[in-house]
Design a protein. Structure first.
Length: 333
């Protein structure tokens, strides 16, 4: 029986991987260690209560005693999902990010080195590369983090690599793009826009709305981790980037389309913060854009333009309507 430790397993991606591991690997026994902060929800794992190959421990990866308790009985594979992750939170409280993301990773690496873990998978993020003006980031691209969150993850990446280079610890670092899917904490853009739209609240847009984002469905991420685990055997390449599909800009036009009445406020003016209002007749009827529906399938719909009373901002919005094409897989609008 392979003994697996999943840290941060009550969080969004970690809980999905815990379910995936137990369903896909009948010879795995999984221990979850999670501090249960605001993003760690025990309900994400509630259906696993009583599972014969699963146990849960509440604990902090930065506390040695908690880590040692999780290692009781031995660990063969370690997946470190535990992290403080939100950029805005890192700006307000960078110390918490350094403690969990960096010192927590160090505590796990030390325990893994001492106990001979056969694989240490450090779950990172493509945000360590910083903003990329054109094209895509590659595994060998320079690390240019621009906020305390991405800087703390970059530091953990390099620390993990140093344990491979110095001690020979079999480390893998994966850098995935933006994940989305069920059970995601609503501070992230897709669930935030969906919940705000349901409550008829503004969809907060900042900057010029032109930033391109690469989106990766969370279960695809889980499957990709298994591929990396299986394919990397000689450790010539320790770092792997897990990419999704570049579906949309970071604005209300291209992120999603919802099958209910659209919110009365489609966005926020970049210049004055005022509500945006429809500019009737000032958009191309034939203009089509890619969007992602609530079932996370891509389609094309028409868009409208909106402007603020200040006259200095024009944004676009995809209205809900009954004639939008249906998804071939789910039948969703």
């Amino acid at each position: 029986m392979t003994r697996v430790l999943v840290t941060g397993g009550a969080g969004f991606i970690g809980s999905h991987y815990t379910h995936h591991a137990l369903q896909t690997h009948p010879d795995w026994r999984v221990t979850v260690l999670d501090k249960l902060t605001y993003a760690g929800n025990p309900d994400n794992l509630k259906d696993l209560d009583g599972h014969p190959r699963y146990r849960f421990l509440k604990g902090d990866i930065a506390v040695r005693a908690d880590v040692e308790a999780a290692f009781a009985g031995g660990v063969d594979l370690l997946f470190n999902f535990a992290a403080e992750t939100h950029v805005d939170r890192s700006i307000g409280d960078p110390e918490a990010f350094l403690r969990t993301d960096v010192f927590g990773a160090y505590t796990l690496l030390e325990a893994a080195r001492e106990r001979g873990v056969t694989r240490f998978v450090q779950i990172s993020t493509d945000e360590v590369y910083g903003s990329v003006p054109t094209g895509h980031s590659r595994e060998d691209a320079p690390l240019m983090p621009t906020n305390p969150y991405s800087a703390s993850k970059a530091a953990a990446d390099r620390l993990a690599f140093s344990y491979f280079a110095t001690y020979g610890l079999p480390v893998l670092v994966t850098r995935a793009s933006n994940n989305y899917g069920p059970r995601q904490y609503p501070e992230k853009v897709i669930p935030l826009f969906v919940t705000n739209a349901l409550d008829d609240k503004p969809l907060p847009l900042y900057g010029d709305g032109q930033n391109v984002r690469d989106w990766l469905y969370v279960t695809d991420h889980c499957e990709a981790l298994d591929v990396v685990l299986e394919l990397v055997v000689d450790y010539d390449e320790v770092v792997k980037r897990i990419a999704g599909r570049r579906l949309c800009r970071n604005d209300s036009t291209h992120i999603f389309h919802v099958d209910f009445n659209p919110p009365s406020v489609p966005g926020v003016c970049d210049l004055c913060g005022g509500d945006l209002h429809e500019m009737a007749g000032q958009f191309e009827e034939s203009e089509m854009v890619d969007v992602v529906d609530v079932s996370y399938h891509v389609k094309q719909v028409k868009r409208q333009k909106y402007a603020c009373a200040c006259g200095g901002c024009i944004k676009s919005h995809v209205p809900s309507n009954s004639t939008a094409p249906r998804c071939e897989s789910t039948g969703g609008v």
